[in-house]
Write a protein that binds this ligand. Structure first.
Ligand code: ATP
Ligand code: MG
Length: 303
């Protein structure tokens, strides 16, 4: 399926078609990107400083790059797809020469891009930033937000340690990535506005049908892994008279599986429960008469 053979009269060389995936070399996206590939059953050896690695059992080759370079490398065709923070692709998209699209949301490295001002500074709305100096590494996203609110500020682009800009007199406010907020706090800043929410995403350039086929297979695996993480497998025992109430609480993939136990009048019920409603459902199941509830993680979930 993946093997495209090009043979010519001069050699019998077989070229294996590979999809090139760009992954952050070393940073906040790296571990979870590699973990996701492993969960998708893609095995490869990532050794030390190597910039490239081919998978043993799936037609992909990984390129390990700085995250800022990934959108451009994908746009230029050096890589076919890439894993990147949504904030970075949103920031860089206006300057890319060729189209790059987000084709899958990956659910990790969640963070937000927020405006923050020194603690105690007067702030009631974004209008208070009119004419002020704002330091950021994300000038395009910030500019778009300010324009939407009819605010004109002086944007100072700096590439790192944005949070110290107000204390050294470089800016009146900052716009930076926040996850817990502890960095802001320790630099005497208050978060006043969230302007962008981000998670890791898979980006792609337009591909040939052969490469698209590999991407579709990869996306299918990613979706099966993602779905499995959002659900739990649940097994419980229930007396027959409690079954209608219990079944009403358990949606399952189609409907729950009910099998009789050796003890007459008792049944084992198996089902799938969404992670986000999990504790609420467990409580209700107990109230309805469920006993011996086992909850098991699901590795892959294929619809
Ligand atoms: P590089 O050396 O590759 O340029 P970097 O220092 O620019 O790396 P990282 O700090 O590793 O980038 O962050 C990469 C991405 O991870 C960010 O663009 C963002 O999407 C996400 N991210 C950043 N900070 C956090 C955080 N505190 N929590 C979760 N995700 C984050
Ligand atoms: Mg970077």
């Amino acid at each position: 399926m993946y093997l495209t053979s090009y043979q010519n009269t001069y050699s019998s060389l077989t070229i294996v078609l590979m999809l090139r995936i760009a992954i952050q070399k070393s940073g906040r996206l790296t571990d979870e990107s590699l973990e996701l590939m492993q969960e998708c059953g893609i095995d490869f050896a990532k050794s030390g400083g190597k910039l490239k690695a081919a998978a043993y059992n799936f037609p992909v080759e990984f390129l390990f790059l700085r995250d800022d370079d990934i959108p451009e490398y994908v746009a230029d065709g050096v890589a076919d797809v890439g894993i990147i923070g949504e904030n970075v692709i949103a920031e860089e998209r206006p300057s890319l020469q060729r189209p790059v699209d987000i084709i899958e949301r990956l659910g990790f490295s969640r963070c937000r891009l927020s405006l923050a001002v020194p603690k105690g500074a007067a702030y009631s709305s974004v209008q208070d930033l009119q004419g002020k100096r704002i330091a950021t590494s994300f000038p395009n996203i910030l500019n778009e937000f300010l324009q939407q609110h009819g605010v004109q500020s002086e944007i100072h682009e700096i590439s790192g340690s944005v949070e110290i800009a107000p204390s050294i007199g470089l800016a009146d406010a900052i716009c930076d990535i926040v996850s817990s907020g502890s960095t802001l706090l320790s630099n005497g800043l208050s978060e006043v506005e969230t302007i962008f929410r981000s998670e890791a995403v898979l980006i792609s350039r337009p591909l040939s049908p052969e490469k698209q086929h590999i991407v579709d297979d990869l996306r299918f695996r990613i979706q099966s892994v993602g779905r499995a993480k959002k659900n739990k497998y649940i097994i419980l025992n229930a007396p027959s008279e409690a079954l209608p109430a219990i079944m009403a609480l358990l949606p399952g993939m189609k409907s729950p599986t009910v099998t009789p136990l050796a003890t007459s009048g008792w049944n084992a019920v198996h089902s799938v429960v969404p992670e986000d409603t999990f504790w609420e459902i467990i409580g209700k199941l107990k109230e309805a008469g469920a006993e011996g509830i086992l909850v098991v993680p699901i590795e892959k979930m294929i619809l």
